[in-house]
Design a protein around this ligand. Sequence first.
Ligand code: NAP
Length: 257
Amino acid sequence: MRLRDKVALITGGNSGIGLATAKLFVSEGAKVAITGRDQKTLDAAALELGDEALVIQANVTDQAAMERAIVATVEKFDKLDVVFTNAGTGYFTPLGGTSAESFENILNVNVTSTFLIVQACLPHLKQGASIILNSSVQNVDGKPRLSAYAASKSALRTMVRAMASELSPRGIRVNAVSPGSIDTPIWDNVAPSPKEKKNLYNRLKRSIPLGRVGTPLEVAYAVLFLASDESSFIQAAEIVIDGGATGAMMGAPIYNQ
Ligand code: NAP
């Protein structure tokens, strides 16, 4: 039990990477609170996580609602040890066709909300606490039409470093996970049908040295490590979970077939 007696808050815990992490945390002994917007997937997550979990409907951009969610977590479980700011949004924002509102929405959901959630958690966090931000390989990839998403994810990567500097004197760790292409519902808007998704993943895997997209659980294991005391000397780091797509690009099938 790598998280025995720990209490964790996971935003976006009703789907994809967040849900896989919540389930893994519970199986490792943690008490878990999750947030999300969609009541249907929140209800489904509640069934999967069991009676002990706290499931809260809250939009991460609603500062007051998130502050209430944090207080409710501490009231139910008496403390807070781990914060995984995972909720995020992404869609194309092409140059020449993007409104200010559309661009700023991504920054608001992914960056501003993350900052405010971490800030609101701080009064409850003690020596040994671990904060993990979900960035993305898009913090370096330079993919076209993703300016807002890329800017948001590189902001998270650098915010981790600033926060880690500020929180080191309190013994609180702040790190990032940066997933590559992971099989989650986030791709539904670009590939709504199973056939489109299969075609998309077949295209994506050509640029991944390990030759496949990743699973949410493969990201969850990295988050578990950063959440646990096993990573007690790891501070301001980034764990990239992308099958080698950024670090070993030339090993990708597209260069070798
Ligand atoms: P997902 O299954 O679509 O999960 C996204 C989660 O974020 C959902 O739980 C969603 O909850 C929540 N969310 C989005 N906007 C929200 C808002 N305004 N307020 C509250 N919750 C909100 O996709 P995922 O892939 O697991 O994404 C999780 C994180 O991983 C995101 O930050 C994403 O950028 C990052 N990531 C994913 C990949 C990938 O390939 N899948 C790669 C790199 C990084 P509701 O549906 O209830 O709003």
